[in-house]
Ligand binder design. Structure first.
Ligand SMILES: Cc1ncc(COP(=O)(O)O)c(C=O)c1O
Length: 218
């Protein structure tokens, strides 16, 4: 089979740079390591989560409820939300990837900030769109720079808050200002709770140890 006859990936996929995870080793002699380079929780998993995983371990042959109905209803009741507006994913990475696939198409642009989460350009390219980098100020996302990078092709803005890997944080007022200034219909994904009417979706990244696809050993 010649190269031309092989299945070809969609444009952009071969330009994806693999995700580079944070350091996973400490210098010799360090007794205890708290790995925080991917926003992991230094306190470890909740004992209740550990207990729940153990309890299900002997029933792994069964498919789970793909709609996560009970989980979404419980989250909704605890936070006073409509369960139809709660999404459940295998990590926020899956949510970000789905949002990119759903809202971006060939020829679109999506903005992320200079030192932003490295998975964003991966998912933007995988969706056939062009990642556009907005400069930062003092290694902090800059709302004015993001807004200056908007063009008629911009369909999404991805912003991690607090950011990985820099750990910098934008006050909520800045996130509101960004939402308010974006064209209606622009998908804005941030890890800060959204304003009621501006953001198509929000992902929450608080305490997790997994890395973006492809899985790594970080
Ligand atoms: C900003 C940010 N978003 C999303 C993720 C993905 O997290 P997970 O899929 O484990 O929820 C990470 C992981 O490091 C992250 O730092």
């Amino acid at each position: 089979m010649t190269t031309e006859l092989r299945p070809q990936p969609r444009p952009g996929v071969m330009e994806i740079d693999a995700y580079v995870p944070g350091k996973s080793h400490a210098p010799a002699g360090v007794a205890k390591v708290h790995k925080l380079s991917a926003n992991e929780n230094p306190l470890g998993p909740s004992p209740k989560a550990v207990e729940a995983v153990r309890a299900i371990a002997d029933r792994l042959e069964l498919y789970p409820d793909g709609s996560s109905t009970r989980l979404r209803e419980t989250i909704a009741s605890v936070h006073g939300l409509n369960a139809a507006n709660v999404m459940a994913f295998n990590g926020s990475d899956e949510a970000i990837a789905l949002m990119a696939r759903t809202y971006l198409r060939d020829g679109d642009e999506a903005i992320y900030s200079e030192h932003g989460f490295l998975a964003y350009p991966i998912y933007i390219r995988a969706a056939g769109a062009t990642p556009v980098v907005a400069g930062e100020t003092d290694e902090r996302a800059d709302v004015d720079a993001i807004l200056a990078a908007v063009t008629p092709k911009t369909k999404a803005v991805f912003l991690a808050n607090p950011n990985n890997p820099t750990g910098t944080y934008l006050p909520f007022g800045e996130i509101r200002r960004l939402h308010a200034a974006l064209r209606p219909g622009t998908c804005c994904s941030s890890s800060t709770p959204p304003t009621p009417n501006s953001c198509a979706a929000t992902t929450t990244k608080r305490a997790s140890s997994s890395s973006p696809v492809p899985p790594t050993s970080s």
